[in-house]
Design a protein around this ligand. Structure first.
Ligand code: SF4
Ligand code: SF4
Ligand code: SF4
Length: 505
């Protein structure tokens, strides 16, 4: 079987695994492994947390050090959609040419932004303390593309349109931040495409390369493919009828490390001003998409911005405005400055406000049940930002969890005085009274909560529980009916409740 077919089958299987995982997640509650994204880096270096995402990151890095970017060739779920898009376009008689541009500096901006998040975590939570909790990952939150619409948009823009305009694997070459990160390790990888016999210069290898690498030139210059964009797909080896290429271990790896090769292309299809406009559009669209639709959608925004700019330039080109002229440039300083400036602007635009930072620091203490530290953090924060309701509410919660009910009541009452119809606050106050043992006052507060929000099931459940404890089963059932969707579920709850009581007795 052709190597590319084998690869497509592998990539397809990965997507099948992902679908199975999602089904297990939502249908059967198997919530052990969360997202495998660049979050792993932030979790590991920001928090010191070794979770599944961090393990995944370590495995991919090790794989790359030895075998190059095999993950990109054979293991990435989105690679499948990109390959599929290209196949579909080819079937329709469309053969997009591979466009090279330094607009791929956007990938570096994304990567640097991820790295700056690590420092932000240090600033908020202090230096990381190493701990292992494989299942503690940021899981399928609303921030991740679980919506079918978002998935469809990703496939449409980041795969189909992007490839149509910029050529094969455009997402990998322009947007994905994994690419520049893995490129660092790719530079020292031992296994790579190497020349093992004479080359006839037929260029079949170059024509077959998924990533647009001039394979024949690489092997002529270096005896191996050293371009960090090589994803070890082995298409070139497969295409070479002469048997010139082999994917093998080599000892010349050290000489390669002397000259790190980054992903910024040496040859560009656009002139400098065109590239600057494309970069600007990509970054601005990515920034605002992240701001309004969540961080994962950044990649969608980048594709929108890039595609928009490229379409505009294509239209201008048709009107004979000269914007694309293949130029060979080595303006590393310019590329570097653009990356740094864009990252700084991005960081400035998404800077967490100081009061939110203090709130997050306190919340972290709550998460690890260090309530005294949380209380101290919130109290200090309130000295600086006395009108911040979120911090006051968090302080009340910290007092409640710490068993300091009188102070919790004072804080909740202060909040309620400013927002008397806030059902959640009243429900929380009720819970403080409940914990204190003032059942009747607690019920009063829960009832007030229901008055302002009839759909607040927590309040119904809390009243039901107190009434059960008071032995008033009939009235408890009246309230519990609002919590459960079926009577069967409610009776199951009652059985469990009385079962545990019997156990206690
Ligand atoms: S560069 Fe990114 S999208 Fe492309 S294959 Fe690698 S990880 Fe996947
Ligand atoms: S396909 Fe083989 S023979 Fe032809 S240029 Fe590439 S390496 Fe040389
Ligand atoms: S150089 Fe060969 S192995 Fe590397 S990406 Fe191109 S075709 Fe694939």
């Amino acid at each position: 079987m052709n190597i590319n077919k084998k690869r497509i089958i592998v990539l397809f299987s990965i997507n099948v695994f992902i679908i199975v995982h999602i089904l297990l997640w939502y249908k059967y509650g198997f919530q052990k492994v969360g997202t495998f994204s660049l979050n792993g880096i932030v979790n590991l270096f920001g928090f010191g947390l070794l979770n599944s995402a961090a393990v995944f990151f370590i495995i991919i890095v090790l794989l790359t050090v030895f075998f190059g970017r095999v993950f990109c060739g054979w293991g990435c779920h989105f690679a499948f959609f990109q390959e599929l898009a290209l196949k579909v376009l080819n079937k329709c008689g469309i053969y997009p040419s591979i466009i090279h541009s330094r607009a791929n500096i956007i990938q570096y901006v994304f990567l640097l932004k991820t790295i700056t998040a690590i420092f932000e975590f240090w600033y908020i939570y202090g230096l990381p303390q190493f701990h292992i909790n494989i299942g503690d990952t940021q899981v399928m939150t609303s921030d991740l593309p679980r919506s079918p619409v978002i998935i469809a948009l990703f496939i449409l823009f980041d795969a189909f349109l992007f490839i149509y305009l910029m050529g094969s694997r455009a997402f990998c070459r322009y947007v994905c931040p994994w690419a520049p990160m893995l490129a660092i390790f790719e530079n020292i990888s031992f296994w790579r495409i190497r020349k093992i016999s004479e080359c006839t210069g037929c260029m079949s290898c170059t024509r077959s390369c998924t990533m647009g690498i001039a394979v024949h030139q690489e092997i002529a210059r270096h005896g191996a493919v050293v371009n960090a964009n090589c994803i070890r797909c082995l298409s070139c080896k497969n295409a070479c009828q002469n048997g010139t290429l082999s994917y093998k271990w080599g000892v010349n790896v050290l000489s390669m490390t002397r000259k790190f090769r980054w992903l910024i292309p040496e040859v560009s299809n656009y002139n400098l001003y065109t590239e600057l406009v494309i970069i600007f559009c990509g970054i601005i669209a990515a920034f605002y998409t992240q701001k309004y639709f969540g961080s994962f959608q950044t990649f969608l925004g980048a594709a929108w911005g890039l595609c928009f700019a490229v379409i505009i330039f294509k239209i201008l080109e048709r009107k004979s405005v000269k914007i694309s002229e293949p130029v060979l440039r080595k303006r590393k300083l310019l590329a570097l400055s653009l990356i740094m400036l864009s990252t700084l602007a991005w960081c400035r635009g998404t800077l967490v406000p100081p009061e939110t930072r203090l709130l997050m620091r306190g919340n972290r203490f709550i998460d690890i049940m260090e309530y005294d530290k949380a209380i101290l953090t919130y109290t200090n924060a309130l000295n600086e930002y006395p009108s911040n309701k979120q911090i006051r509410s968090a302080l009340a919660l910290a007092y409640k969890n710490n068993g300091n009910y009188e102070k919790a009541i004072i804080e909740y009452k202060a909040l309620i005085a400013e927002d008397p119809e806030n059902a959640v606050l009243r429900n929380n106050l009720g819970t403080v009274y409940y914990r204190k043992g003032d059942y009747d006052v607690a019920i009063e507060e829960y009832k007030r909560a229901i008055l302002f929000d009839k759909s607040l099931t927590a309040a119904y459940g809390n009243i039901g529980l107190i009434l059960l404890e008071k032995g008033n089963v009939e009235e408890a059932v009246y309230y519990l009916k609002n919590v459960f969707t079926t009577e069967e579920e409610m009776y199951q709850y009652l059985l469990t409740y009385y079962g545990s009581k019997q156990g206690q007795i």
